[in-house]
Design a protein around this ligand. Structure first.
Ligand code: NAD
Length: 284
């Protein structure tokens, strides 16, 4: 089984981004800047924030964290978010989710400037993904799956592709990105019957259920390419994916590890989005 390492995919994304970044610096003298907006101090958010900062800095990009207290009211947060949204020194925004329950998440999603929406939360960008338009921004994790397949020259067109998970951040947008690449897509979820049999049929199987080691040898067909999006903590406190990696070793032809797989690509896609946003605002 070939192990598809995220670092290699990330390095390829970086190569292209660096070329564009040189043009941006020549034309504007500025470095693109990402605002990371965080409410509270959830360990998951802090860990993603650290990873994102490190990756963007390694691409030569700037980041600034905008932290807010957990108990901030909706109106107060909305006012602060609008200031960040309108700040012309900020190229792109990453809003760490989920937000506390007093915040109307849908309203915030709808006010983010679509041209600064680096993780595809704006209804405008979601519509673009459904229309197969490339001018918007897809959620970074969904796009990271496509980048992983393409960087490893894995054919997508015509392939039976099964996604386990239908969230707005992974499963649903990924289904549209795969359709754009002409895959035959099936989305599975908690109400899917015959989940094992459906997964076994997949030539490309994407695990995005958030259930540690759930997909074992019973779910994977011989020769399948397995992309594991899950990030979970196992009984020993170690990071693990949704796939029981060891049990599929003799079955799958290729698979992404956790950690070191899709997660590393996700932050590279975030960096790529920031560079794309800066390129779109270049003076003519
Ligand atoms: P979510 O909880 O919003 O959605 C999970 C989806 O999986 C749901 O649609 C649900 O129907 C489905 N599901 C859950 N249990 C199932 C089961 N037993 N059988 C079939 N379907 C089932 O989660 P999410 O935000 O989409 O994240 C999914 C996983 O990906 C999590 O482990 C998360 O930590 C990880 N994640 C990774 C990255 C990354 O950068 N690699 C980014 C975002 C999320």
């Amino acid at each position: 089984m070939v192990i598809l390492k995220g670092a290699e995919v990330s390095a390829k994304i970086k190569e292209q981004a660096e070329k564009d970044l040189r043009i941006i610096k020549e034309k504007t003298g500025k470095t693109p800047k990402l605002a990371i907006v965080r409410i509270g101090e959830k360990p998951d958010d802090l860990s993603y924030e650290r990873g994102a900062k490190k990756k963007l800095e390694s691409f030569g990009l700037e980041t600034e964290v905008y932290p807010f207290p957990e108990e901030i009211s909706h109106q107060e947060f909305k006012a602060e978010f609008e200031k960040i949204n309108e700040d012309c020194n900020i190229t792109g925004i990453l809003l760490l989710k989920p937000l506390p329950k007093q915040i109307n998440e849908k309203e915030i999603d709808s006010i983010i400037d679509p041209s600064k929406d680096m993780d595809g939360i704006s209804p405008v960008n979601i519509a673009k993904i459904f229309a197969g338009e490339e001018s918007g921004y897809a959620p970074c994790t969904a796009e990271a799956v496509i980048e992983t397949l393409k960087a490893n020259q894995i054919p997508i067109s015509g392939k039976r592709t099964v996604i386990v998970g239908r969230s707005m951040i992974v499963g649903k947008p990924l289904s549209m990105l795969l359709l754009k690449e002409n895959a035959t897509v099936t989305i599975c979820h908690t109400k899917t019957v015959n989940l094992k049999e459906t997964c076994q049929e997949a030539e490309i199987l994407v695990a995005a259920a958030g259930r540690g080691k759930m997909l074992n040898q019973d779910y994977v067909g011989s020769g399948a390419v397995v992309i594991d999006v899950g990030i979970n903590v196992d009984e020993n406190g170690r990071l693990c994916g949704d796939v029981d990696f060891e049990s599929i070793e003799g079955l799958a032809s290729m698979a992404t590890p956790v950690p070191g797989g899709v997660g590393a690509v996700t932050t590279a896609v975030l960096a790529k989005h920031l560079v794309k946003a800066a390129m779109e605002h270049l003076p003519s």
